[in-house]
Design a protein around this ligand. Structure first.
Ligand SMILES: *Cc1c(COP(=O)(O)O)cnc(C)c1O
Length: 391
């Protein structure tokens, strides 16, 4: 294993502090490393492998499409794209879709759409977008600019102008930032990378209302919260609000690079001929994979996710080991006892045969949505043991 690590460090740009683990293969919610050691998977990539490793139906969709034709380009009509876009619209009530390859690209597209909507209707100068402090929207220059965390606003100057950052859940502060220059407000309903912090329902509803009153576009970044993760198809659906643009990626195609931007009636025709594009976006293998996932995101699955949440809350109720639990559904943030570091717990978990993620000071769990209760319980036992060993 050490051999791989040295070669990785020599030949791959050093942008990740990787864990000492080389994952080889797996099935469902478990996998083995190159030495044959077994792990339970509470990370799903980073919330990408929605139905676990090499899920049968997903695999059939991928193999079948790849052996038919792997790519056709957006110069031609594509049946897998049409089928998927139709299902996305039917399930959400949104009106049109643009396909991308990642979360950052989905948000980039949403930002372009918001600015063009405003430009078309009001002319220049109404280009401000309000995002939240502690948000995360991606790694391109524009989506870094949208990300409301100072640590991301270094080195790469100049950033994209006209982003304003509001403290989450503070309605008055938001009111003060809104002006006649505001064209959009963009939120995650649960800030994922920022520490698995859910927004208040009242706050989300206020944004929906104020956006409608002032013709400001309401953008929900569902890159992490979407595709069943919180126990709803898209997390905003829990609140009865109607965003103008919904962006997603991560779990959408069950582990292949894929994203989507959903437009409502107001925004569906904002991007016209030649005004946006992508070579790979909408790739037929990814679109077929996404269809195989999306058609199974139904009430049975959402109920399973909610049942899993109950198990997590019950199992992690010992306040001496877990100070608090945040998030929604199978997006779980775990606040650790004082002096216990999330990174150390993640390392200890790997030693003990469990893979978890972190978010800021918390341990973060994004297990496969269809994880069995027994794998979930086994994994939680390992997690508790690992926290104890870090104390
Ligand atoms: C991961 C993430 C992104 C970025 O997605 P990439 O596919 O890495 O570009 C954007 N927004 C949210 C909420 C995310 O969790």
């Amino acid at each position: 294993m050490e051999n791989y690590i040295e070669e990785d460090k020599e030949f791959i740009a050093n942008t990740y502090g990787r864990f000492n683990l080389v994952i080889k293969e797996g099935h469902g919610s478990t996998f083995v490393d190159v030495n044959g050691k077994e792990y339970i998977d509470f990370g799903s990539g980073i919330g990408t492998n929605s139905f676990g490793v090499s899920d049968k139906e997903w695999l059939d969709a991928v193999v079948s499409q790849a052996s038919t034709i792997q790519h056709t380009s957006n110069l031609y009509y594509s049946l897998p794209q049409i089928k998927l876009a139709k299902l996305l619209c039917e399930k959400t009530g949104m009106k049109k879709v643009f396909f991308s390859n990642s979360g950052a690209e989905s948000n980039e597209c949403a930002i372009k759409t918001a600015r063009k909507y405003s430009f078309d209707k009001y002319g220049k100068g109404r280009s401000e977008i309000i995002t939240l402090i502690n948000s995360f929207h991606g790694r391109t220059i524009c989506t870094l600019s949208a990300t409301g965390q100072d640590v991301f606003h270094n080195y790469f100057f100049p950033f994209v102008e006209d982003f304003k950052y509001a403290p989450a859940n503070d309605i008055d502060a938001l009111k003060n930032l809104i002006s006649d220059k505001t064209c959009a407000i963009m939120i995650e309903t649960v800030q994922g990378e920022g520490g698995v912090n859910p927004l208040d329902a009242e706050y989300i509803k206020f944004i929906d209302k104020v956006c409608k009153e002032k013709d400001i576009l309401f953008i929900v970044d569902e890159v992490q919260t979407g595709n069943g993760r919180t126990g709803y198809l898209y997390s905003y659906m829990e609140y009865g609000v109607n965003p103008n643009i919904v962006t997603t990626a991560k779990g959408l195609a069950g582990g292949l690079p894929f994203g989507a931007i959903l437009f409502d009636e107001k925004t569906k025709n904002v991007l016209g001929l030649g005004e946006h594009g992508t070579t790979f976006g909408g790739n037929p293998v990814c679109a077929s994979a996404a269809y195989s996932i999306l058609k199974r995101l139904d009430d049975d699955l959402f109920n399973h996710v909610k049942e899993c949440r109950k198990i997590v809350e019950k199992k992690l109720s010992d306040k001496s080991l877990v100070k608090s639990i945040s998030g929604k559904g199978m997006m779980v943030g775990i606040e650790l006892p004082e002096n216990v570091k999330a990174k150390d717990v993640a390392i200890k978990c790997i030693e003990n045969g469990l893979v978890v993620l972190t978010a800021k000071t918390k341990v973060r769990l994004l297990p496969p949505l269809n994880i069995s209760f027994s794998d979930l319980e086994k994994g939680l036992d390992i997690l508790l043991k690992s926290i104890k060993e870090c104390m």
